[in-house]
Design a protein around this ligand. Structure first.
Ligand code: PBG
Ligand code: ZN
Length: 308
């Protein structure tokens, strides 16, 4: 018997944008159906989703411009937005797997994923130290897993060793092992207010023209101690998902990114396709390519899109 054509809700991880405070629920223009939320609002929205069997969430912190600085200090503050939210979410939903994004771009005033050196380039090694601090602070606040997304060289090994040092041996490490410099992250950058103020991320994200380098880097992440590998984006990279599936025994996640979500909504709004049918077909494709875990903004709309 072949597997199910469509993945069950337990295969989905819902990416969410977290704000500090209470009662905050700001809809996002670029991501209809998604919002920036405070932890109390998120916990309530999770009630029916957890009851339906949602696999997990991936938390992205959003802070006011006034909290941003050159080093992204707010990202590793023990009283920061993600660190404060974790115990609230885990208390309300103890069996939900909670991952956190580990990066600096939403916390630096220049919007890059690491601090800059004197020449204005991202300083890889300085970034590693900060990523370690972020990951440990998330683990200590109760994260089940961390997902370093800065794409710095050596980030998996640096984060794994910092977690182990802090006694967080069981904290899962989901590596954005193959993250392409993509044009499909636009709506997310608006949601996160994390667009780089100058330059782009091509220096640290993979080039889509070079499949072999991308696959090699993924396999390196496995050797560095990743527990889960990830391909991102998903729909334009189904070949990469399939190729990586053949190269690793680790669970493989695919990140169905913001632009992929917004694209289908836009087509449906123009009357050019049935949203539910397009969503189902695209998610079936991601599963068919070999993804075990699907990180997707459709996760909180599971019933609407995949229900009977
Ligand atoms: C940045 C980050 C990005 C996404 C997840 N983490 C944007 C980027 O790399 O510019 C994109 C996710 C999405 O588009 O849904 N660390
Ligand atoms: Zn980043």
């Amino acid at each position: 018997m072949l597997g199910r054509a469509l993945p069950g809700p337990e295969k989905f991880i819902w990416p969410v944008f977290l704000r500090e405070g209470k009662g905050i629920d700001e809809p996002l223009r670029a991501l209809p159906g998604q919002a920036r939320m405070s932890a109390d609002v998120l916990v309530k929205k999770l009630d029916p989703l957890v009851a339906d069997g949602l696999g997990g969430v991936l938390l992205f912190g959003v802070v006011d411009e006034s909290l941003k600085d050159a080093y992204g200090t707010a990202a590793y503050d023990s009283g920061g937005v993600v660190q404060q939210a974790l115990p609230i979410i885990k208390y309300a939903h103890p069996h939900l797997t909670v991952f956190t994004d580990v990066c600096l771009c939403a916390y630096t005033d220049h919007g890059h994923c690491g601090p800059l050196d004197k020449a204005g380039q991202v300083d890889n090694d300085a970034a590693l130290e900060l990523l370690q601090k972020i990951a440990v602070s998330h683990a200590q606040a109760g994260a089940d897993g961390v997902a370093p997304s800065a794409m710095m060289d050596g980030q998996v090994q640096a984060v794994r060793s910092a977690l182990d040092h802090a006694g967080a041996h069981n904290t899962l490490l989901m590596s954005y092992s193959t993250k392409f410099a993509s044009s499909m992250y636009g709506p997310f950058r608006e949601a996160e207010q994390s667009a780089p103020s100058h330059g782009d991320r091509q220096g640290y994200q993979a080039a889509y023209s070079d499949l072999n380098t991308a696959l090699r880097e993924s396999v390196l992440d496995e050797a560095e101690g990743a527990d889960i590998l990830m391909v991102k984006p998903a729909l334009f990279y189904l070949d990469v998902i399939q190729r990586l599936r053949e190269k690793t025994e680790l669970p493989l996640a695919a990140y169905n990114v913001s632009g992929e979500y917004a694209m289908l909504i836009a087509a449906a709004e123009r009357g050019d396709g049935d949203l539910r049918a397009m969503v189902r077909e695209s998610i079936a494709a991601i599963q068919r390519a070999g993804a075990d875990i699907i990180i997707s903004y459709w996760a909180n709309r599971y019933r609407e899109m995949f229900g009977a």
